[in-house]
Design a binder for this molecule. Structure first.
Ligand code: HEC
Length: 308
């Protein structure tokens, strides 16, 4: 029975140390668990159950063995006097042979206080082993980090993490930039974006819409009349998908989503400017191009101009 108890204790100890070491990696293994799909979870549960059954069987085997040895000892009393394997193991590696030496020999008379004398016991083997293992580990640790320089020091690990994070941030930025489409496009007023939009417009669009947006083959982009709507997302869609039958090319293969957003924003700023050679209005009067997707308010001056 004592054997079984020790075994159980050993299992509990093992589980406890495991969880202590696991704490460090806790967040990531927790994340992994959360990201598992149903099949993986089922597999994990099945593996857990099998492990539990194996442990139960082991405990049962040990119990049966101790039972059998008890029966043997009863039948053969000489055997009962022999120390069990566990007792000899304990004596050799854990506690040492405590009972053997005479107590008087170990008494330290100079360490006697109020009649209580100290015994000069030897260091128990388990403690000697712990000492040896820590010493060996320490030497290995020192050689690994200081002499060979294989392992990463705390500072190096920190710098590595910063590097990885910088790369990830760069990736995230790139993803959000390419994630722009007609539903997420915004009117980007920053000087950089408008400058890039202007350059794209003059390089690709001016041939049909004129450098100042006054129009030519394509419609006038500075007035309040729009064929396909005046919101930033309308403008973005027309540029992205084009109106092939009417001669407006789709630009999604030539320009990145961010570039289309920039040129769309630039077109929004063109509204209300006075081109040198404005083309006649085409499409419906819906007001100036807007940076937001709210229904555009009709510009009153444009209504007056239209009615004239
Ligand atoms: C080959 C000539 C041509 C080029 C180049 C061209 N467009 Fe157009 N674009 C047109 C035509 C034609 C239309 C009118 C389509 C229609 O009638 O539906 C138009 C329509 C548009 C509209 C919609 C206007 C409205 O009233 O709704 C926008 C916005 C626009 N173009 C932006 C651009 C931008 C930005 C570029 C450059 C990246 C560009 N276009 C390049 C010919 C062109």
């Amino acid at each position: 029975m004592k054997n079984i108890l020790t075994l159980l204790l050993a299992f509990v100890g093992l589980a406890a140390t495991n969880s202590v070491f696991a704490q460090e990696a806790e967040s990531s293994s927790y994340d992994k668990l959360m990201n598992m799909d149903g099949n993986q979870l089922t597999l994990l549960v099945i593996m857990g159950v099998i492990l539990g059954i194996i442990i139960l069987l082991l405990i049962l085997i040990i119990y049966l063995m101790s039972f059998i040895s008890a029966v043997f000892k009863k039948e053969n009393p000489a055997m009962a006097l022999e120390p069990s394997w566990w007792e000899s193991f304990k004596e050799k590696f854990i506690t040492g042979d405590v009972e053997d030496e005479a107590v008087e020999k170990k008494e330290m008379s100079d360490h006697s206080y109020d009649g209580i004398t100290e015994l000069d016991n030897f260091m128990p083997p388990w403690l000697q082993y712990v000492f040896l293992i820590t010493a060996v580990f320490g030497i290995g640790y020192f050689i690994n980090y200081t002499v060979l320089g294989y392992g990463k020091t705390g500072v190096e690990e920190y710098e590595e993490e910063l590097r990885v994070e910088a790369v990830l941030a760069e990736e995230r930025k790139a993803n959000t930039a390419t994630g722009i489409d007609e539903t997420t496009v915004v009117f980007d007023e920053t000087a950089n974006s408008l400058a890039s939009g202007k350059a794209i417009f003059e390089g690709n669009c001016a041939a049909c819409h004129a450098t100042d947006g006054g129009g030519g083959v394509g419609p006038n982009l500075t007035d309040d009349y729009w064929l396909h709507g005046n919101t930033i997302s309308d403008i973005f869609s027309v540029i992205k998908y084009g109106v092939v039958s009417k001669g407006m090319i789709p630009w999604q293969d030539q320009l990145s989503p961010e570039e289309i957003q920039n040129v769309s924003s630039y077109i929004v700023t063109l509204n209300g400017t006075s081109p040198v050679n404005p083309k006649d209005p085409q499409g419906e009067l819906v007001g100036g191009s807007t940076g937001d997707d709210l229904p555009a308010k009709t510009d009153s001056t444009a209504v007056i101009a239209a009615s004239n």
